[in-house]
Design a protein around this ligand. Structure first.
Ligand SMILES: CC(C)(COP(=O)(O)OP(=O)(O)OC[C@H]1O[C@@H](n2cnc3c(N)ncnc32)[C@H](O)[C@@H]1OP(=O)(O)O)[C@@H](O)C(=O)NCCC(=O)NCCS
Length: 166
C-alpha cells in the first residue's frame, strides 16, 4: 500500500473508532478492505483531511443460513461522515463512487440499514435504492430496535461503450 493510502486507512480507522458501534481492530479491518478483491474502501477528503469513509463487500450467505437470508451480491456498508462535515454532500459522493465501482462488476447493488436511520435511507433512496423487504436475516447482524431495511438499486449496463473500428 502506498504511504498516502496507508495514512488514509489510519485516518478512516480513527473515524470508525469515533463513530462506529463496533469496537476494536478498525485499522486491521479497513486495511483488509483495501487488500481484498471482494471488498473496497473509499475516503472523502477536504484539504487532505479524511472527513468520511465508506466500505463495500461481496456478500455470500454462509452455508446453513436461514431461508430469509439477504441474497448474495455486492453490498454497500460502513458509511460515516464526521459530524462537522455532514449535510455537505460527502455521504452522497462516497455512495456515488461505490455505486460506480459496483456498476463495473454487476447489474445490481444492495444495502441495508436500521429502519430508524432516516438520513441513510433518504440518502440511498435519492440515489435509486428501493426497499425490498424488512423480513430478512444477515447472520451476525442485528438492528437496533429490531428492524432493518434491505434495499437494492438496479444499475445501468456498461458505462463505457467502445466505438467499432473503421
Ligand atoms: C448518513 C450520513 C453518512 C450522511 O452523510 P452526509 O455527508 O451528511 O450526507 P449528504 O450531505 O451527502 O446528504 C445527501 C442527502 O442525504 C439525505 N440526508 C443526509 N442527512 C440527513 C439527515 N440528517 N436527515 C434527513 N436526510 C438526510 C438528504 O436527502 C441529503 O440531501 P440534502 O442535503 O440535499 O437534503 C451521516 O449522517 C453519518 O455519518 N451518519 C452516521 C453513520 C450512519 O448512520 N451511516 C449510515 C449507515 S447505513
Amino acid at each position: 500500500m502506498e504511504a498516502e493510502a496507508e495514512a488514509d486507512v489510519g485516518a478512516a480507522a480513527r473515524l470508525a473508532e469515533r463513530y462506529s458501534a463496533i469496537n476494536g481492530e478498525w485499522e486491521e479491518r479497513l486495511r483488509s478492505d483495501v487488500a481484498d478483491r471482494d471488498r473496497a474502501l473509499f475516503v472523502a477528503k477536504v484539504n487532505e483531511e479524511v472527513i468520511g469513509y465508506s466500505r463495500l463487500h461481496r456478500f455470500v450467505p454462509a452455508e446453513g443460513s436461514p431461508a430469509d437470508s439477504a441474497p448474495a451480491g455486492w453490498y454497500l456498508g460502513g458509511l460515516v461522515v464526521a459530524t462537522e462535515w455532514r449535510r455537505r454532500g460527502a455521504g452522497e459522493a462516497l455512495t456515488r463512487a461505490r455505486i460506480a465501482w459496483v456498476a463495473e462488476r454487476a447489474t445490481e447493488v444492495w444495502y441495508y440499514a436500521n429502519a430508524g436511520n432516516r438520513a441513510s435511507l433518504a440518502l440511498h433512496a435519492a440515489l435509486g435504492f428501493e426497499e425490498v423487504t424488512r423480513e430478512f436475516t444477515v447472520v451476525g447482524v442485528s438492528f437496533e430496535g429490531g428492524v432493518g431495511v434491505l434495499c437494492r438499486a438496479v444499475l445501468q449496463g456498461p458505462s463505457k461503450v467502445a466505438p467499432l473500428g473503421m
